[in-house]
Design a protein around this ligand. Structure first.
Ligand code: FAD
Length: 384
């Protein structure tokens, strides 16, 4: 693996860094306090091409490889994880999955809007009663006499839920046991019977529109199925395998932001008659963060490299997500320690980094679930 970025990748990173400094960083704290990111950011992300990365230009995408996608995702995560999540879900979990599994008609219907920012996508897998055990989801899609599907159920914790124009929804459509009966549907959110409620009171990612979706007799045509009937769990797992790389890249961004803030503050703050950067135990905190940043970044880039070379990557993606999410929490917590009491108030950015980092060990598979994925690959035995 060549660890040098190409000129094109460097240019993408610079573009992302400038965009984040201009459009995200100045607003992140206010969006967090207001519990709402300015929706205008979606259009701006679309204009600069960040919502179309890795998607074919034929469908409105901006092309590029997965390393470029990681670089952009890292910069967005450095600026504001709420904004990063909008991209990771609308592009990473929805548009990229439509591009991979969709019919020509589905690609032409959904991709130009999702990649330009004219529309937003959300990913509806989790339910109130099934999180880690997603294969046993209970939302039901029943085929009626006209060949349509009538869907009933509730989805919980859906990122972009109240903003989205389309939900990639997973429902049980056959009586086959476990995940074998699950089918993926592309459901427009203005379909009658679909209602949404904002989930308030989150510890972090406060700017993000997280929602509960309730489906009561939501009717969709058979052409709404993404992939094949009964193969929806494979659609979900393939989306999450790439999605975990995106979460990991966002976590690298959090850890980098924690490092930058802590190094700056350590150089400015004086105690015991000298800069705290001169105290050895403060340097220990800083070096622990720095090692976490580098290790998380390298694991994440390896996943991108594997995907771009067409190699298997799912287990490596779980490793990167597991390490990077735990590293982001550690890094933000260490940075908060460097800030002392000032880290605990929202005048400084590290408290938000810690709150935002915390969910990364929970969603798209908790740390325990990533360990089971890795353990299964090591032993050949499923311990789920
Ligand atoms: P549970 O599955 O109930 O887990 C509880 C605890 O038990 C955890 O510690 C878990 O690790 C542990 N556990 C469970 N099973 C095992 C096992 N076999 N072995 C060992 N330990 C186990 N979902 C979506 O579909 N779309 C989204 O866009 C989305 N966005 C989210 C945004 C936020 C802010 C949050 C908080 C969640 C989001 N989720 C989303 C849901 C998220 O993916 C789930 O919360 C996650 O999968 C965990 O499920 P759960 O909360 O039901 O916890």
């Amino acid at each position: 693996m060549n660890l040098e970025l190409s000129e094109e990748q460097e240019a993408v990173r610079r573009l992302a860094r400038d965009f984040v400094e201009r459009e995200v960083v100045p607003h992140a704290a206010a969006w967090d306090r207001a519990e709402e990111v300015d929706r205008g950011i979606v259009e701006k992300l679309g204009e600069v091409g960040f919502l179309g990365l890795t998607v074919d230009e034929e469908y409105g995408g901006s092309g590029g490889d997965h390393l470029a996608y990681c670089l952009v995702t890292e910069e967005l995560g450095r600026g504001d994880s709420s904004v990063r999540g909008i991209v990771s879900v609308s592009l990473g979990l929805v548009a990229k999955t439509v591009a991979a599994w969709g019919s020509e008609e589905q690609k032409r219907t959904w991709l130009p809007g999702l990649t330009s920012g004219a529309s937003v996508g959300c990913f509806g897998l989790t339910e109130p009663g099934t999180g880690s055990d997603a294969g046993h989801l209970t939302t039901r899609a029943v085929r009626d006499g006209a060949g349509d599907y009538v869907i009933n159920g509730t989805k919980m914790f859906i990122t972009n839920g109240t903003w989205a124009d389309v939900v990639l929804l997973f429902a049980r459509s056959t009586d086959a046991p476990g995940h074998k009966g699950v089918t993926a549907f592309l459901v427009p959110t203005d379909t009658p019977g679909l209602t949404r409620r904002t989930v308030h009171g989150k510890l972090g990612l406060r700017g993000q529109a997280t929602a509960e979706l309730v489906l009561e007799d939501v009717r969709v045509p058979a052409s709404a199925i993404l992939g094949e009937e009964g193969k929806g769990f494979s659609v979900a797992m393939s989306a999450l395998a790439k999605g975990r790389m995106s979460v990991a890249a966002g976590c690298v961004g959090i850890a980098q932001a924690a490092l930058d803030a802590a190094v700056r503050y350590a150089g400015e703050r004086e105690q015991f008659g000298k800069s705290i950067a001169r105290h050895q135990l403060v340097q220990e905190l800083l070096s622990d963060i720095a090692v976490d940043v580098d290790a998380a970044r390298l694991l994440t880039w390896r996943v991108a490299d594997l995907i771009d070379r067409g190699q298997p990557f799912a287990v490596e993606s779980s490793k990167a997500k597991l390490f990077a999410s735990e590293a982001a929490v550690r890094a933000a917590n260490n940075a908060l320690q460097v800030f002392g009491g000032y880290g605990y108030i929202d005048e400084y950015p590290v408290g938000k980094l810690l709150r935002d980092a915390r969910v990364m060990t929970l969603y798209e598979g908790t740390s325990q679930i990533q360990k089971l994925v890795i353990g299964r690959a090591l032993t050949g035995v499923s311990a789920f």
